[in-house]
Design a protein around this ligand. Sequence first.
Ligand SMILES: NC(=O)c1ccc[n+]([C@@H]2O[C@H](COP(=O)([O-])OP(=O)(O)OC[C@H]3O[C@@H](n4cnc5c(N)ncnc54)[C@H](O)[C@@H]3O)[C@@H](O)[C@H]2O)c1
Ligand SMILES: [Zn+2]
Ligand SMILES: [Zn+2]
Length: 367
Amino acid sequence: MRMRAAVLEQFGQPLVVQEVELAEPGPGEVLVRLVACGVCHTDLYTASGADPSGYVPCVLGHEGAGVVERVGEDVTLVRPGDHVVTLFSPQCGECVHCRSPRTNLCLAIREQQNRGYLPDGTTRLSRAGEPLRHFMGTSTFAEYTVMPQIALAKISPEAPLEGAALFACGLSTGLGAALRTAKVEPGSTCVVFGAGMVGLGAVAGCRLAGAERIVCVDLSQERLRLASGQGATDTFVGGEDAVQRILDMTGGFGADYTFEATGNVHVMRQAVEAARMGWGLATMCGVAGKGETLDVIPRWLIQGRRIAGSSFGGLKGREDVPALIDRWIAGELDVDPFVSHRISLEDVNRGFELMEAQDGIRSVIAF
Ligand SMILES: NC(=O)c1ccc[n+]([C@@H]2O[C@H](COP(=O)([O-])OP(=O)(O)OC[C@H]3O[C@@H](n4cnc5c(N)ncnc54)[C@H](O)[C@@H]3O)[C@@H](O)[C@H]2O)c1
Ligand SMILES: [Zn+2]
Ligand SMILES: [Zn+2]
């Protein structure tokens, strides 16, 4: 079929919205009609050329939600009409990682996905007979996408798809970091560095986990206000003194759980140093720049602090995303404040501009 899609033609250049071809879903694959898609930093990171593993041309986008239109042979997990959230982090349910409760890093289609292909090593996207590569296995800056069934979370049809799209990446990453990776215990003290989509999700996750005290640190007062709305009990503007301020707030000990959601390696270090001696756990969500390293004094670790990394919040997407969306429908989460701008696919580059200007939390493309 022919459809409109936003193509990354050249690094550092605006995306070009144009007509491309999408082939029918193959065995185990699903054709999804996108209804909404968030614009995320990872899209911009790749578009800018900063991502060393990026490639062109390809169709960007990975925060999608939509409706199953058609299914290929042997598809058993979804049916036409099902509402779905796209998963850049799939869950095959069978590989050694999927069978372990300790990780969500499914191994099934990783290699081909990283190179821009569907699991069989080919693309469904093309233009004038030339293949066009997929991005993160999702390519949701488009009216339709073809994806493997293991990379779709079937969600409640009651959930508005505009808000559901945020669960495809940033929001779930923060929620999962608190609920899955750190497994925050009721009554604990948490600190979240960064109040973008990921950090605000982590604040909400700490609240859902029953944390008693949730401190949020950001550079923007406006974002700190949003953090208060998500359950932060204390907020302050970050800087060189952030660790000392947290120590002062916690009787000199530090927090039971800290979360880093800025992508800045200096803040990552603050998150480690603000974690409590004895058992404090610092969870890193941010993606640092190429070649950057995290500097940690080993004594901090000997004193019982631990560091965890978290990809997609440690969530096993097909199981955990629908469950989080049910909690949203049940009124436990407030997603509306995160949708700052509604834009059309034609305006996708404006979504990047708004993000660079830190104007709002998320721009969502409505199809
Ligand atoms: N691990 C994953 O699976 C995953 C998924 C999505 C995004 N990410 C990464 O998570 C990070 C956050 O994503 P986002 O969409 O929320 O980004 P964002 O840019 O919207 O938010 C980052 C926030 O950090 C704040 N900040 C910057 N410097 C600070 C400082 N010194 N002290 C305190 N706050 C500071 C900014 O003011 C901003 O509000 C990014 O690095 C992103 O690439 C990781
Ligand atoms: Zn797997
Ligand atoms: Zn993302």
